[in-house]
Design a protein around this ligand. Structure first.
Ligand SMILES: NC(=O)c1ccc[n+]([C@@H]2O[C@H](COP(=O)([O-])OP(=O)(O)OC[C@H]3O[C@@H](n4cnc5c(N)ncnc54)[C@H](O)[C@@H]3O)[C@@H](O)[C@H]2O)c1
Ligand SMILES: [Zn+2]
Length: 361
């Protein structure tokens, strides 16, 4: 079974990837945690689909774990839900040797992760990501957060899990749109870091869309390994970790302007198309590489444009990007398939022109 390790000073976080490996969750848990007291925080839909199987996989290790389910959706990443989890930790008398097991996508991972980060100043966290996006991205790297005051991820902490267990078998029940949205982040890894992997994705489109575990296991492994290596060198995003934001500058602005009508991965697909067009305009990227990216996104069923009632809002949203310096948005661009770096400031009219092509009025 493939294992990827995030290596940080003084700690490591192993990520086990497989198909059907959630059957061994209890055994895995007993190896890292002395206590079996704690909470399972689960996405309600994921738990409905897989709770029985995960409980069976936990076996006796699950006895001291109370289950709290969280309603699906970004709105659950709130202080109100965080308080609810703290209430449950208190009621179940979870001490400083206790544990939180997060079962779900990025929403539950971020919320339950922050609950674990704060309880007794940090208790053990185990992640069982159940969406493709969470397996390749949000469960790796230790970022946790809730949204507040309309600002995404503004209250958060770094808290590395004791281990992550990614079972691609759990992805079989994902809605098509959620699954495809995760594929956008998979494409991102190929673009920023690995040309051979990108070519493998191009050859494997049909098997990817069919969710073939024999391809998903190496794909999730490769993405986890790329992210783990970057996080190992730059946990706090002082430098290199920013390249993981390829496609996210325009993507986040479009996602915010679409007010819930775009999945995060769909917005990232649009953002990557825009970034590639900016890179081509700067002479960083060839037309043929840009076409390779766009045609892979097309074949994976990811959008090329979004309908927005107020396109002007997108420019305003760009101001909130975390990479903004001196009020200028900064873009992570690519010099071709397999590389990424931060680009020099780009002319506002050029940004507007690229955005206009991504928006249907
Ligand atoms: N911490 C990080 O580093 C990081 C990185 C990227 C994204 N994120 C965060 O992740 C969140 C998005 O995560 P997401 O895309 O996983 O979305 P999500 O958690 O909202 O899950 C998407 C949908 O899938 C459903 N679902 C989950 N597992 C399922 C399963 N196995 N079968 C059927 N349905 C299932 C959920 O109910 C939900 O409706 C955002 O809040 C984003 O900010 C965090
Ligand atoms: Zn993302």
């Amino acid at each position: 079974m493939p294992r990827v390790v995030v290596r940080l000073p003084g700690r490591t976080c192993p990520i086990d990837i497989g198909s059907g490996n959630s059957d061994s969750l209890g055994e895995r848990l007993r190896r890292v945690s002395s206590s079996s007291r704690g909470l399972i925080v689960a996405d309600a839909r994921a738990w409905r689909c897989h709770g029985g199987r995960l409980q069976a996989g936990l076996g006796r290790a699950g006895r001291g774990l109370a289950v709290v389910t969280v309603l699906p959706g970004e709105r659950s990443k709130s202080l109100g839900q965080l308080e609810r989890l703290y209430g449950a930790l208190l009621r179940h008398e979870v001490g400083r040797d206790g544990l939180v097991v997060a079962v779900g996508g990025g929403v539950v991972g971020d919320l339950a992760g922050l609950a674990a980060a704060g309880w007794h100043r940090g208790i053990d966290l185990v992640m069982v990501p159940t969406t493709l996006l969470a397996q390749v991205d949000s469960a790796v790297g230790g970022k946790t957060a809730v949204n507040f005051g309309g600002v995404k991820n503004v209250i958060g902490a770094f808290h590395q899990p004791r281990f992550v267990l990614s079972d691609v078998g759990l992805l079989s029940t994902l809605a098509d749109r959620d699954y495809r949205a995760g594929l956008a982040e998979v494409v991102k890894y190929g673009m920023i870091a690995d040309a051979a992997f990108f070519a493998r994705l191009e050859r494997g489109v049909d098997r990817l869309l069919a969710r073939d575990p024999a391809l998903l296991v190496p794909v999730v492994t490769r993405c986890s390994r790329i992210k783990a290596a970057i996080v190992g060198r730059d946990e706090r995003e002082a430098g290199e970790r920013i390249t993981l934001n390829f496609g996210h500058t325009l993507g986040h602005a479009l996602e915010a302007a679409a007010r819930g009508r775009l999945r995060h991965g769909e917005a990232v697909a649009l953002g990557m198309r825009g970034a590639a067009r900016l890179a081509e305009g700067l002479g960083w990227m060839t037309r043929s590489d840009r076409n390779r990216l766009e045609s892979l996104l097309d074949r994976l069923g990811l959008p090329a444009a979004v309908r927005l009632a107020q396109p002007g809002v997108v420019i305003a949203k760009l101001k909130y990007d975390k990479k903004v310096r001196n009020r200028q948005p900064r873009f992570v661009l690519t010099r071709g398939v397999g590389s990424a770096s931060v680009a020099p400031p780009i002319n506002a009219s050029r940004i507007r022109a690229v955005l206009a092509d991504l928006i249907e009025a």
